[in-house]
Design a protein around this ligand. Structure first.
Ligand code: PHE
Length: 381
C-alpha cells in the first residue's frame, strides 16, 4: 500500500512538471495563395513528427487559416493568443500578412516566427517578431546580380503588385541594385487578382527589355508570363520567391519554361546534412520533392523548439508561467546560431532576421531545377 502511494505521488509529480506547450500556426490555407499555406504546413507537421516535445513537454500545434487576407491575418493571431493562449506563433507567409499579424503579436508580447516573410518591415522595430529567412534587400540584390552578370541583361521591366508589401519592396530593392550595376529599369503596376495584363505587356513590347522581373506571387506571375509570350516577348522572365509553387507551372504551362527565380532552398542543391534527411523524409511522407516553403516551415518549427529547450534548460518552471515563457522565448529565438536546418545553417541576428544565401531556380521541363547560389558578399551595397 505504502509503495503504491509513493508511486502515485511520483506519477502525479511528473505529470505536474510536464506541460502541454501550445503553438499557433497561422497560414493561408485557403484563398489566393493557399498553395503556400499547404506546403508550409506539410513542412511544419513533418518537423513536429520528428520532434513532438520540448524538454519533455508535449507540443500541440493549432492551425489557423488567414484565408490569404490581411484582416484575417491579424484576427487569426488575436484568436490564437486570446482564445488558445499559445506560447508562440509560427507564421505567416506573405509579408503583408506577417505585418498585420505581427503588429498584434508585438502588442500582446507573444513571439512570432515567420518562416518566409522577406519584407524588411516585418521585424523592424519589433522585439517579438523574428524570421527564419533572408530579407528582400538581399533577395532583390541577388536577383539583380544574377540578371546582370549571369544573364547579361542591361534593360529590365519590373512588374509590381501594388497590393503586396513584399512586391513593392522587392521591386524597389531589385531596381536599386540593377541600376547600381549599370542597368536601366522601367516599372509597371498591377493588383492581386488581376487577370488581364495586356496594357503592361504592351509597354514591355515597346521597351523591349532583356528581362522582365515579376515581384508578386505565382497566380498573377503565371498569367503575366503567358500573356507576355502570347504577345511575342522573347526575353528572359525572372521573379522572386513568390513564384515558387507548382501552380506556377500548372497555370503558366509552356510560358514559364526557362523562368528564373530567387528562392531559399532547392531539393537538388542540398545545403546541410539536415537538408538530405529532410528531403528523404518529406518524399517518403508526401511522395514529392519539397519546396522552399516546406523547408522553411520545417526549419521554423525546429528553430522554435530549439529556442524553447534553451529557455527551459535554464529555467524548467517557466513552462508554467505563460508570459514569462513567451518573453524569454522571444529573446532566445534571436540567439539562434548556426542552426542546422533543411534550408541551410541559420543564424538569427539581434534584429530578428536570418542571414543566408539565395538559391536561384530555373523552370525546366515543368519542374524547379537548381540554377545556382548567390552569397551575401556578392551583393553590391
Ligand atoms: N517572401 C514572400 C513574402 O514575403 C513569401 C514567400 C516566400 C512566398 C517563399 C513563396 C516562397 O511575401
Amino acid at each position: 500500500m505504502r509503495k503504491l502511494v509513493v508511486l502515485l505521488t511520483l506519477v502525479v509529480a511528473v505529470l505536474a512538471l510536464s506541460a502541454v506547450i501550445k503553438v499557433g500556426v497561422v497560414l493561408p490555407m485557403t484563398g489566393g495563395i493557399s498553395a503556400f499555406g499547404q506546403m508550409t504546413w506539410e513542412g511544419i507537421q513533418l518537423a513536429h513528427s520528428l520532434k513532438p516535445s520540448a524538454a519533455g513537454n508535449e507540443i500541440k500545434l493549432i492551425l489557423l487559416d488567414n484565408r490569404s487576407e490581411k484582416t484575417e491575418a491579424a484576427n487569426a493571431v488575436a484568436r490564437a493568443i486570446d482564445k488558445e493562449h499559445v506560447v508562440a506563433i509560427i507564421g505567416q507567409v506573405a509579408s503583408s500578412h506577417s505585418l498585420a499579424g505581427g503588429a498584434v503579436a508585438e502588442e500582446k508580447h507573444v513571439p512570432m516566427l515567420s518562416p518566409t516573410s522577406t519584407n524588411p518591415l516585418v521585424t523592424q522595430g519589433k522585439k517579438y517578431v523574428s524570421r527564419a529567412c533572408f530579407i528582400d534587400p538581399f533577395q532583390g540584390g541577388a536577383a539583380a546580380v544574377f540578371a546582370y552578370k549571369k544573364l547579361g541583361a542591361r534593360k529590365a521591366v519590373v512588374f509590381t503588385d501594388i497590393e503586396q508589401d513584399y512586391s513593392v519592396g522587392l521591386s524597389r530593392f531589385f531596381m536599386k541594385a540593377f541600376t547600381k550595376l549599370g542597368g536601366k529599369v522601367d516599372v509597371v503596376y498591377y493588383k492581386t487578382g488581376d487577370q488581364d495584363f495586356s496594357a503592361q505587356v504592351s509597354l514591355v513590347m515597346a521597351k523591349n527589355p532583356d528581362v522582365i522581373f515579376i515581384t508578386g506571387y505565382y497566380p498573377e506571375a503565371a498569367l503575366i508570363a503567358r500573356q507576355a509570350r502570347q504577345m511575342g516577348y522573347k526575353g528572359y522572365i525572372m521573379g522572386g520567391d513568390g513564384l515558387e509553387a507548382p501552380e506556377l507551372v500548372e497555370i503558366g504551362g509552356k510560358a514559364v519554361e526557362g523562368v528564373y527565380l530567387t528562392t531559399h532552398f532547392n531539393a537538388r542543391g542540398a545545403a546541410t546534412p539536415m537538408s538530405k534527411k529532410f528531403v528523404k523524409m518529406y518524399k517518403e511522407k508526401y511522395g514529392k520533392d519539397p519546396s522552399a516553403l516546406a523547408a522553411l516551415g520545417f526549419d521554423a518549427y525546429l528553430i522554435l523548439v530549439d529556442a524553447m529547450e534553451r529557455v527551459l534548460k535554464g529555467n524548467p518552471d517557466l513552462v508554467n508561467d505563460l508570459q514569462g515563457f513567451r518573453d524569454a522565448l522571444a529573446v532566445e529565438i534571436r540567439h539562434t546560431k548556426n542552426f542546422e536546418g533543411a534550408s541551410g545553417y541559420i543564424t538569427i541576428n539581434e534584429i530578428g532576421d536570418a542571414v543566408k544565401s539565395v538559391v536561384v531556380d530555373v523552370v525546366k521541363n515543368g519542374i524547379f531545377d537548381f540554377a545556382g547560389i548567390v552569397n551575401p558578399d556578392e551583393i553590391p551595397h
